[in-house]
Write a protein that binds this ligand. Structure first.
Ligand code: CA
Length: 228
């Protein structure tokens, strides 16, 4: 199981460091950004499992970032935890209105931070369907347990990687995934990211799907999605 990735969006370096340190100790991988714009770009382009989002940021503020994340298909289901200063009840309410899933007040205790992050990730919308669920899309049946794909009842012969890519895309029909997200989902964290290899694999999957190959759609400038 790859470690969940927490995106930190915090302009104060010492707080960002503190979050970073504690989250890593808690078993998470972290990415630090210092402006709302960078945080937003990262979440949309690279994806992550949770966003820790400071409210008061120079430029685009936390509420705006949260709103934009929740409006974007690519990130709408990523849980967002707002970081607010103590006593800013109005901000907390505004945060929830903007779609935040939880909040934590600064200064925070590391233990409390981790407990809240763990809880949000546990209850958060499942990033993918259960690994054992058979997926049915049009005439395709994808059996993760058996690593088997059938199209209109015909078994298709796929490599492990091809199968994983197909299963990943099919687990969220209509969702657009970047090449990096696909690589991360298929190979875990430490695999070198090559967009080109994803393109090659996708081409092979499409070929094997035959008339159903067009279900995998290219979204120009972004990545791929499974048609519904
Ligand atoms: Ca701040």
């Amino acid at each position: 199981m790859p470690k969940p990735v927490i995106l930190i969006v915090e302009d104060e370096e010492d707080i960002a460091e503190l979050l970073d340190y504690n989250l890593q100790r808690g078993g998470y991988r972290t990415v630090k950004t210092h402006t709302g714009e960078d945080g937003l770009d990262h979440a949309l382009d690279e994806g992550c499992d949770l966003v820790l989002l400071d409210l008061m940021l120079p430029g685009m503020g936390g509420l705006e970032v949260c709103r934009r994340l929740k409006e974007d298909k690519r990130a709408a289901e990523i849980p967002v935890m707002m970081l607010t200063a103590k006593g800013e009840e109005d901000d907390i309410i505004a945060g929830f209105a903007a779609g935040a899933d939880d909040y934590i007040t600064k200064p925070f205790r590391p233990k409390v931070l981790l407990a809240r992050v763990n809880a949000v990730l546990r209850r958060g919308p499942a990033r993918r369907v259960s690994e054992d669920d058979v997926l049915e899309i049009g005439e395709l049946l994808i059996h993760p347990g058996r690593h088997e794909v059938t199209a209109a009842g015909q078994g298709l012969d796929m490599t492990r990687t091809e199968f994983q890519i197909l299963h990943f895309l099919a687990s969220r029909p209509g969702w657009v995934f970047t090449r990096r997200q696909i690589v991360r989902a298929v190979h875990g964290e430490d695999y070198p990211v090559t967009g080109r290899s994803v393109d090659v694999q996708i081409a092979a999957v499409r070929r094997k799907l035959g008339p159903h190959g067009s279900m995998i759609q290219t979204v120009r400038g972004v990545g791929y999605k499974m048609g519904e």
